[in-house]
Design a protein around this ligand. Structure first.
Ligand code: PLP
Length: 260
């Protein structure tokens, strides 16, 4: 049989809840074959990040080439990229291989506060990677950091989305997981129009890996030929189910999880 293929370029989470592990599990659940390039190994569990061990830019490039030259891909997502060197390496491979279905999850800081992107790498994210992306999927703190806009309302999300789009990314999806109140409103901006996707807040501590899982679900939907709007809808439904089915393991924040 044949299969649609999605690649993730991201960090490894030894605890299995976020990063590469969340991405591959999500691809599998959504019926897409997953491949990966690891940018950094993290020593991590439900309590937090206990160590970060970045790969060399060369090792990241070699993994991308090995996958593309033999297996190929229908969509690509990026997660934790950690350094300017790795961002530049990934951007140059996207250009070299003419990859257009690129979903950028601008991972910056873990819930426990550990930096997953070095501060000085923000410039490279904006100027080298965003212009190559089909979609970028920031949460509210990430959207604020990229745009400089403080977000308190849907109108603020619209303002931030316009600033982020000005860096050259075709679609901006600002996630509402950090919204106040019992509704979460995701906002999609395609350069012309705004669309909102509303969910019900679920009261749980087991939310580790939400962002990775959401962007992986969007990537799988796009790999299967869906539009960005359909992918945003698919991802919203998948993450809602994955938060409802979050697993209570370990002593901290358990992982989101969904057996579709
Ligand atoms: N570890 C890795 C490798 C990640 O890519 C991410 C998020 O993108 C995290 C940890 C953070 O997960 P959380 O925000 O759920 O703590």
């Amino acid at each position: 049989m044949t299969a649609k293929k999605a690649m993730t370029i991201a960090g490894s989470d030894s605890g299995g809840g976020a990063g590469i592990q969340a991405d591959l599990k999500t691809f599998q659940e959504l019926g897409v074959f997953g491949t990966s390039a690891i940018t950094a190994v993290t020593a991590q569990n439900t309590l937090g990040v206990h160590g970060v061990y970045p790969m060399s830019a060369d090792a990241v490039e070699k993994q991308i080439d090995a996958v593309i030259q033999d297996i190929g891909l229908d969509a690509l997502k990026t997660g934790m990229l950690f350094s300017t060197e790795i961002i530049e390496a990934v951007a140059s491979k996207i250009k070299e291989h003419n990859i257009t279905n690129v979903i950028v999850d601008p991972v910056m800081i873990a819930k426990g506060g550990a930096p997953l992107l070095q501060e000085e790498a923000m410039g490279a994210l904006k100027t080298s990677l965003l212009p190559l992306a089909l979609v970028v999927t920031p949460n509210i703190p990430e959207a604020e950091a990229i745009s400089g806009v403080t977000i308190k309302s849907v109108e603020d999300k619209e303002k931030a989305a316009k600033v982020i789009a000005s860096f050259g990314v075709k679609n901006v999806l600002i996630k509402g997981g950090h919204d106040e109140g019992n509704k979460t409103i995701d906002l999609l901006y395609d350069g012309e129009s705004f669309y909102t996707f509303t969910g019900q807040r679920i009261d749980t501590k087991d939310t580790h890996g939400t962002g990775c899982t959401f962007s992986a679900a969007m990537t799988a939907a796009i790999a299967k030929g869906g539009s960005v709007r359909v992918a945003a809808e698919t991802a919203k439904q998948f993450i809602q189910a994955a938060i409802e089915d979050g697993i209570n393991i370990g002593n901290g924040h358990g992982p989101t999880n969904h057996w579709a």
